[in-house]
Design a protein around this ligand. Structure first.
Ligand SMILES: Nc1ncnc2c1ncn2[C@@H]1O[C@H](COP(=O)(O)OP(=O)(O)O)[C@@H](O)[C@H]1O
Ligand SMILES: [Mg+2]
Length: 175
């Protein structure tokens, strides 16, 4: 899915819509890769995403800390920024692995710098800036990721804003 964001607010709104379209699988590990150059809107997206999950504290870029944790109800969001990582082996000392388990949702900026040491993505968002503004391409690379993207499309084509149904009913793939 490809979308255009004319303003930072629109990028935040996409983050919020994607958060609300999240499959009801709190017990799972969910991984989002946020790709794109500096200033393309990755942290802006993460801010909108976290707000929609009820996070009220300030969302800072984890450029220097590399990692910020946000408790968000039943899950913990792990916001990672690997921009300053020169060698993927540095990730071993970060203790990232500790968070690679159920109940955690990762938003990873500069995932290419973590190479094969990162869990594979459910969704990849590619942010680009051109004369026409900011574009965001969302693609799915796992069954939960595809269900998530499908739910986003439904929310877009339906009445929109309210997004995810929290009525339970078992996520896609559950029996
Ligand atoms: N459509 C847009 N989407 C995202 N950011 C935008 C947009 N238009 C302007 N901006 C601005 O561009 C900057 C994007 O910064 P940021 O989200 O930190 O990027 P990144 O994390 O990719 O380096 C912010 O200052 C934001 O306000
Ligand atoms: Mg950033």
């Amino acid at each position: 899915m490809r979308t255009h964001a004319r303003t930072a607010q629109e990028t935040e709104d996409l983050g919020a819509r994607l958060a609300r379209a999240r499959p009801a699988r709190d017990e799972a590990l969910a991984i989002l890769y946020l790709q794109g150059e500096l200033g393309a809107g990755k942290t802006t997206f993460a801010r909108g995403f976290l707000r929609a999950l009820g996070v009220t504290e300030e969302v800072r870029s984890p450029t220097y800390t590399l990692l910020e944790l946000y408790p968000a109800g039943a899950i913990t969001v792990v916001h990672v920024d690997l921009y300053r990582v020169r060698d993927a082996a540095e990730l071993d000392t970060l203790g990232l692995r500790e968070w690679a388990r159920g109940g955690h949702l990762w938003l990873i900026e500069w995932p290419e710098r973590g190479a094969s040491r990162l869990p594979s993505a459910d969704l990849t968002l590619a942010f680009t800036v051109s004369d026409a503004g900011h574009d965001i391409e969302v693609s799915a690379s796992s069954p939960p990721g595809r269900a998530w993207l499908a739910q986003l499309a439904i929310a877009r084509s339906g009445s929109g804003a309210s997004g995810r149904s929290d009525a339970g009913g078992g996520g896609p793939g559950s029996s």
